[in-house]
Design a protein around this ligand. Sequence first.
Ligand SMILES: Cc1ncc(COP(=O)(O)O)c(C=O)c1O
Length: 505
Amino acid sequence: MIPYKTIITLDRKSCTPVYIQLCNQVIQLIKCGILPPSTKLPGSRWMADTLQVHRKTVVAAYDELMAQDWIEVRPAKGTFVNSSLPIVEQQPIPGTEAAEKAKMRKQSPGFAFIRREHLNARDTEFPKEGILGLDDGVPDTRIAPIEEIARVYRNIVKKSYNRKHLSYGSIYGNMELREALADYLNDTRGLSTEPENILITRGSQMGIYLSARLLLEQGENIVVGETNYRSANKAFTEAGGTLNRVRVDANGIRTDDVETLCRKRKIRAVYVTSHHHHPTTVTLSAHRRMHLLELSQKYGFAIIEDDYDYDFHYCNAPILPLASSDSGGNVIYIGALCKIVAPGIRVGYLVAPKAFTDEAALMRRVIDRQGDQLLELTLARMIREGEIQRHSKKALKIYHARRDLFCSLLKERLGEYFEFRKPEGGMAVWVKLREGYDWDEVKAEARKNKLKLGGYCGDEDDTIDNPYPGLRMGFASLTLDEIKEAMDRLETTMTSLEQKVKSYA
Ligand SMILES: Cc1ncc(COP(=O)(O)O)c(C=O)c1O
């Protein structure tokens, strides 16, 4: 006899009704083979007495089990586990130690698969409650125009003819969005593109990945800055490419280094974050932009221009992207609405010569048939209504004030520990540590003060200034008060570290 009294536990305070709890637990017992097909279940009166519940509760649970076909009633014989269910090997009773062990065993795969060590991320943990995080430079989701998105989305789904967007659509993405984006990018970034050149992606990262897969075969060369956006490096090495690192200075990546490399070997692509180099935030100078475009035509390589934060420039008008001066069809321009709207709104774009866009669409199809068409349509309408542009202006103003406060406090209160240049745009400051300190120690001490320094701090394979050349400190996602609080915690951190350093001396 199954010890129902001990293996079924009912929580009367739970918001799940008791009869549903009973029903779910009987299902569990059936699924794990403790109640095999054709097992007779106890009568409702006996079960009610055993579990100390009202008989109606048991009857309701049995009715539910019957409705779901887990059990069957045989006239004049009683209630049985459905005889047509498959027979499963008996497993330990849920909640027991044996069940826990079995669960752990299931976590180690019973098959071989490829582990890609180079994809390992250093730190993917998000700050917990009460911990302030200085991130890599991400938008503040609290100001995201979610009400507007909801309003436009609702208006779209209310119209029955929009139901067609719930089905399979174009692998290039929603046409209205491609049209709206073509106009938007032409107006704001000086591009002269057409909807047919645009592939809608789930964000910039997908555009980088698709480009990597289409440009690089095993061992082929791509040029990146040293240091560089780590997730892009990973996409390139994942595609089989070999990273060729060039120096980065106050004017962006050194294009003379790119030229030297081109003379030595076949370069398939150069990756740039031209507007604000990731991680250092420097802008690629006009002269180097022209030089890079010239080189791309001379040596026939692609420029992957990742313009992830074009909309956030605080000093003067942003410099137009390389793509706006590309006369030879060498630039693959990548961007997203993820930074303007919110990272969780996964809509981005890849703009390239048509033949490349077509191939990228086919490649995208094998990993993700299409994006979220209704969301894409919503964003298209919001661009047409000027809603995205209004939000972008509002966010720019807010982040501008945050950048100014962040940088002035960092300079006034922590200037003796850190070196940095106030960034002209973007959402983070690239901070270098003065001699005598170590980022790992700073991070560990900061944690004790409930501050998480979670920004990018160099690539493990970088050869310069090891261990880390600097650390990105994001300011955009914190309010002015939170910035002040973060600076207090950082000051406490550095003061106690300074005392430790002095005590060693
Ligand atoms: C330089 C750079 N490129 C691309 C991305 C990816 O952005 P998305 O969220 O649009 O995929 C990021 C994200 O932070 C980034 O910093």
